[in-house]
Design a protein around this ligand. Structure first.
Ligand SMILES: *Cc1c(COP(=O)(O)O)cnc(C)c1O
Length: 452
């Protein structure tokens, strides 16, 4: 199993050929889901005592299971927040896999961690965070939010700023992972209403504060704001949130998992004002920054806050904890980790940051095109003017079942993958554009099918 003999070399060729074929596809097929039964019926059982051999296992994947697996980089995959990695990032993911690197501690992976930190520093500078800010790459925005909130809560506890069950202020439109992270860590979430657009503002926070009892006030350690609400693409009033946090010595967490990429756009600068004051900030390169899955950045204004909250103590780790230079394991809730920031770093190094700015600008241009088309078509109605790359709109006369049936038909016919959403209690359609290969013709094709 570990020797690289002739048969393994032959398998290597098949695997690399398959990977390269996949990377060269333009466009990739959408493909679609299957039932467990259908999948069981394909080949029966694959894990056997004697093994299938690599060629056969690969064949089963390529001809069978892969077809029941959607490709998010299809130019008409607009559901959720898809991912459309660059070619360089995808290719370098293969290199990361080929090099068995533990990205846990500096002593194990100095060179790789140095490069991950270079990519983190770029994100931190986009946000305008001060010198000394830093963090690590985690599996996703959910893990980033969990880690950021734990760092903030532990700091408040350490400094004796809170008593009783810790509580957090956040908006109704915050990502579901904020509520889940709070549940896991036994933090109470106190919801604050946004403004007309759904933005969490300093004013709304102050109003909420006035309503709270002394005891409740004494439990609050911070605020979680969102830079790019997943459902609507709206960015909270970060300046207002920062002001409120400064007044009360609260931890300011900013969830820019999806929307952080908009920081690359000079003309959107005002939208993000205040983000530079965040104590912790999440940005997912695996959303709108073209990195393959499994890549989210968590950054801290003072990384030592995270280190104190999350460093794992164990006899066998004593020495690395003592002589640490920069141990990524200490900056989030994890220990062993893949150097998942490297494909993103390689792509940034390959193409340069201007190419990123331009590719994101292109997705914003397509978003505006889509919004304009919706305004021009009498059967459609825009629900909110897009701030980033999410479009939420209604098809006049449609109810929930119509949206669902239409979405299913589009996938069945391999036209597009879209999913309805709920906005202010009403079922609607939502598109999220993060793929610079999406064209105006793609938008027209899909909107045209809503006319009937
Ligand atoms: C997607 C998303 C998350 C969760 O990120 P994962 O990488 O899916 O864990 C958190 N917050 C926002 C705003 C998101 O869009």
């Amino acid at each position: 199993m570990h020797e690289f003999d002739e048969s393994q070399k032959k398998l290597a060729t098949s695997i690399i050929d398959y990977a390269l074929k996949r990377i060269a596809m333009d466009p990739v097929p959408l493909d679609g889901p299957a039932t467990p039964r259908e999948l069981r019926d394909l080949y029966g059982s694959n894990i056997t005592e004697k093994g299938l051999g690599g060629e056969e296992a690969l064949r089963r994947f390529a001809d069978g299971y892969a077809l029941a697996t959607l490709s998010t980089d299809h130019p008409r995959f607009w559901a959720f927040v898809p991912v459309a990695p660059t070619k360089a990032a995808t290719l370098f993911d293969l290199v990361v896999s080929a090099s068995c690197i533990s990205g846990t501690t500096w002593i194990e992976a100095a060179g790789a961690v140095y490069l991950e930190n270079e990519a983190l520093a770029w994100l931190s500078s986009l946000a305008g965070m001060p010198e000394g800010a830093g963090g690590t790459f985690v599996s996703g925005g959910s893990m980033g939010n969990l880690s950021g909130l734990v760092a903030g809560r532990e700091k408040a506890r350490r400094l004796g700023r809170i008593s009783g069950q810790p509580a957090l202020l956040t908006s109704r439109d915050a990502h579901s992972s904020v509520a889940t992270a709070a549940r896991i860590t036994d933090i109470e979430v106190i919801l604050v209403d946004g403004d007309a657009k759904g933005k969490l503002t300093g004013e709304a926070l102050r109003r909420k504060w006035e309503e709270l009892s002394e005891a409740d006030r004494g439990r609050i350690f911070g605020v979680a704001a969102t830079a790019g609400v997943t459902n609507t693409g709206i960015v909270d009033d970060l300046e207002g949130v920062a002001g409120f946090c400064t007044e009360h010595d609260f931890w300011m967490h900013v969830d820019g998992a999806y929307g952080g990429a908009g920081l690359t756009q000079p003309e959107l600068k005002d939208l993000y004002k205040g983000i530079e004051r965040a104590d912790s900030l999440v940005i997912d390169p695996h959303k709108w920054l073209f990195a393959p899955f499994d890549c989210a950045a968590i950054l801290y204004r003072h990384p030592s806050d995270a280190e104190r909250a999350m460093t794992q103590e164990a006899a066998y780790l004593d020495d690395v904890n003592k002589d640490r230079e920069w141990n990524p394991a200490s900056f989030a809730y994890h220990l062993s980790r893949r150097v998942r920031g490297l494909p993103f770093w390689f792509s940034l190094a390959t193409y340069g940051t201007d190419a990123y700015r331009d590719a994101i600008a292109e997705t914003l241009r397509i978003t505006r095109y889509c919004a304009d088309q919706i305004k021009q078509r009498p059967y459609l109605e825009l629900a909110i003017d897009p701030e980033l790359s999410v479009v939420v709109f209604r098809r006049k006369g449609w109810v929930d079942e119509d949206y669902v049936a239409w979405s299913e038909k589009l996938l069945e016919e391999q036209v597009a993958f879209v999913q309805p959403t709920t906005y202010r209690g009403e079922r609607m359609m939502r598109f999220c554009f993060v793929n610079p290969r999406t064209t105006e013709a793609d938008v027209d094709t899909v909107l045209d099918t809503m006319a009937k």
